[in-house]
Write a protein that binds this ligand. Sequence first.
Ligand code: LRH
Ligand code: MN
Length: 354
Amino acid sequence: MADETAVKAVLRAFRIELPSWAFGLSGTRFKVFGQPGVPRTVFEKIDDAAMVHRLTGAAPTVAVHIPWDATDDYAGLAAYARDQGVAIGTVNANVFQDDAYMLGSVCHPDAGVRAKALDHLYSCIEIMAAVGSRDLKLWFADGTNYPGQDSIAARQERLAGVLAAVYARLGTGQRLILEYKLFEPAFYHTDVPDWGTAYLHCAGLGERALVCVDTGHHAPGTNIEFIVSVLLRAGKLGAFDFSSRFYADDDLMAGAADPFQLFRILHEVHLAGGLDPSAGISFMLDQCHNIEPKIPGQIRSVMNVQEAVAKAVLVDHQALAKAQQAGDVLGANAVLMDAFATDVRPLLADLRAE
Ligand code: LRH
Ligand code: MN
């Protein structure tokens, strides 16, 4: 079993990106509950994210969402973040809140609406250049609610066309991260519903197009770590949006609903060498703290992900491979369960103190 030194070494280099929107007001269609001291501007969201980084030492970047975090001086925003000890990370485009997008954005039947969406994506690439961001994350709400509402095949063509235009516009070192989601807000079909569809589009674009696995975006019972292992093998895993859920895209704190699943996912990532920053995988949180205090919620989430990483690093890979090779079913499973059952909280407390 890996020793504490090895675990600490991995954790010292392991970084978690915070979502600016987790600090803002959020809720469900039933109610958005106010909370005292909620940030009013992107600068105040950066302040809150910087507090999480100061206390955990593991969250030096903040993902922004446009236009939720729009400002007229993005270079100034990046400088402000630097002064707070953090940096702007992934730029998330948003083509799901304009009335024009009722029947879709990049997959919309009307070329004018698709052009409007593409313009927004181009503007996000300019923002990336201004803030020094590497990743453009694309999640599309696009889909239909009733069979026959639109052509599934034609929508895939439209999507491929827009993605190719975006990919061609990327600057040096910039990447396109395509995020899939099974359903919601579309309830019959979603144009990027699963890892296979996302993979197909990314493979068609090129090596700087990678897939984002949001842990809340699968059908109940999906073996997400299998998907992660397959995408890693294909060299197409670019990012995670970590949250947890009991039912659908509940956006609860990572590891809160299913810490064992989070461990199994990070076990597969570690096996493939994906925890190393050189692997280029972005580990982000994508959550909403509807009823709990937001900064403590983010701190707890960072700690939950760190705990899962520590346990994944503790897995005795040699013993595991030996048991697997020998067909020792119980033995192999026990190697994993021993690591998962290890209390790593004292180790993480030491690391934070250090
Ligand atoms: C969609 C999603 C996507 C974001 C949004 C805030 O459900 O996961 O990553 O753009 O949440
Ligand atoms: Mn997400």
